[in-house]
Design a binder for this molecule. Structure first.
Ligand SMILES: Cc1ncc(COP(=O)(O)O)c(C=O)c1O
Length: 385
């Protein structure tokens, strides 16, 4: 039983498998020729950009850039935007895909990161500290984690973005844990950059990611890669228009075919229904796990404000051992450890102990799965006592 959809989605809808397999058999190479396969690939990319723009409320399909994962999308903005000496606001809830590029920029470009804490009970960002950083420093970029991959809490991004904008900061949203199964609407939230994966809430193949720009914000970011785009080949200069500016080299067309099928699948199931299903399972998990003696929930009891994951520790047993027992004795696959988010665990007081166990149900899990998971955890906890 797979409960690790926050890492990557599994199983994926059949239409995703079919789409990838079909494109693997074609001669498609988008934007690189006038033969039918190439034209079909170009049209697929256009279709997928249009579908993504619709799903994520991106101002225009041309502002949707294909990347290889959410890390790639985040790095593109961080490394392509921030200049020597500039200040940046990030938070303790951020993933290493934000924290490590920032550490690199601190060391190599003298960029100044200001890391805002969160409340370990509600998992909400400290709004006073957030505003103080923006008031005290000329923040060029604010990075917001839409939902923590450790606690699952969704932040009030619309409000935080309006505060950041008031102080003249651009906003980059890490929507790795929300796109596809939670309200994730770029225009509505007001952010300048939205980075996400194509293989989590949107159940596309691994190796797919998305970077979306507010119209105009793309001109402030330098690309990380330069090269052939299949357009304006007479010029030695990188195209200035998005998406070509950020898409040098052949794209992962089979992966994007799977991504396109995944986005279509989400639209036909409807994001609202998927969210309702996952949120119901999350609530069951929270209610069941909260009654297990010796168990500490790191996820707040606010199911409607969660992205669909629940983390916990059990007194007296290492979280990695719990995950191994769950896998080997109960056939339950989950994720244990620090989840690439060391500062989140520091804030929760679980860093030294090696982190927590995380369950993240997906659209194909059932209430029976959740009941089994709760019983397995209860059995492990009672064994420890
Ligand atoms: C909040 C958050 N940001 C970024 C990432 C990185 O995503 P990817 O593996 O697609 O690079 C993850 C992955 O789990 C995540 O949870």
């Amino acid at each position: 039983m797979y409960l690790d959809n926050a890492a990557t989605s599994f199983p994926r809808p059949d239409c995703v498998h079919t789409a990838v397999a079909e494109w693997m058999r074609s001669d498609a190479c988008a934007g690189r020729g006038s033969h039918a396969g190439s034209m079909a690939a170009s049209s697929l990319l256009q279709q997928c950009r249009t579908q993504v723009a619709r799903l994520l409320d991106v101002p225009s399909p041309s502002q949707v850039v294909f990347t290889s994962n959410c890390t790639d999308s985040l790095n593109t903005v961080l490394l392509g935007l921030l200049k020597p000496g500039e200040h940046v606001l990030a938070t303790m809830l951020d993933h290493n895909s934000v924290l490590r590029p920032l550490e690199f920029l601190r060391q190599q470009r003298n960029v100044h990161p200001h890391i805002v804490p969160f409340d370990p009970v509600s998992s909400l960002l400290d709004a006073d500290a957030f505003q103080k950083v923006l008031r005290d420093f000329p923040i060029r970029l604010t990075i917001l984690n839409h939902a923590s991959n450790v606690t699952g809490r969704v932040q009030d991004v619309q409000l935080l973005t309006s505060i950041a904008h008031k102080y003249g900061s651009l906003v980059l949203l890490d929507a790795a844990q929300t796109a596809g199964h939670h309200d994730c609407h770029m225009n509505f939230l007001g952010v300048d950059f939205l980075a996400t994966a194509g293989h989590k809430g949107i159940p596309g193949p691994l190796g797919t990611g998305l970077l979306c720009f507010r119209t105009g914000a793309d001109s402030q970011v330098l690309p990380l890669k330069f090269g052939g785009t299949g357009t304006a080949s007479e010029s030695l200069q990188q195209p200035e228009s998005t998406p070509e500016k950020f898409e040098s080299g052949n794209l992962n067309v089979p992966g994007i075919a799977g991504l396109n099928a995944a986005v279509n699948w989400v639209q036909s199931e409807t994001p609202a229904r998927i969210q309702q299903h996952i949120s119901g399972l999350t609530e069951l998990l929270l209610n069941g796990l909260s009654t297990v003696p010796g168990l500490r929930l790191l996820t707040p009891m606010t199911p409607r404000h969660l992205c669909g994951l629940v983390s916990f520790t059990i007194a007296g047993i290492d979280c990695r051992e719990v995950a191994t027992i769950l896998d080997q004795s109960f056939d339950i696959q989950c994720r244990a450890g620090l989840h690439c988010a060391p500062l989140a665990h520091q804030g929760l007081g679980t860093l030294q102990a090696g982190g927590a166990v995380r369950f993240s149900p997906g659209p194909f899990n059932t209430t029976a799965d959740i009941q089994n998971a709760i019983e397995a955890v209860s059995a492990i906890a009672s064994e420890v006592r």
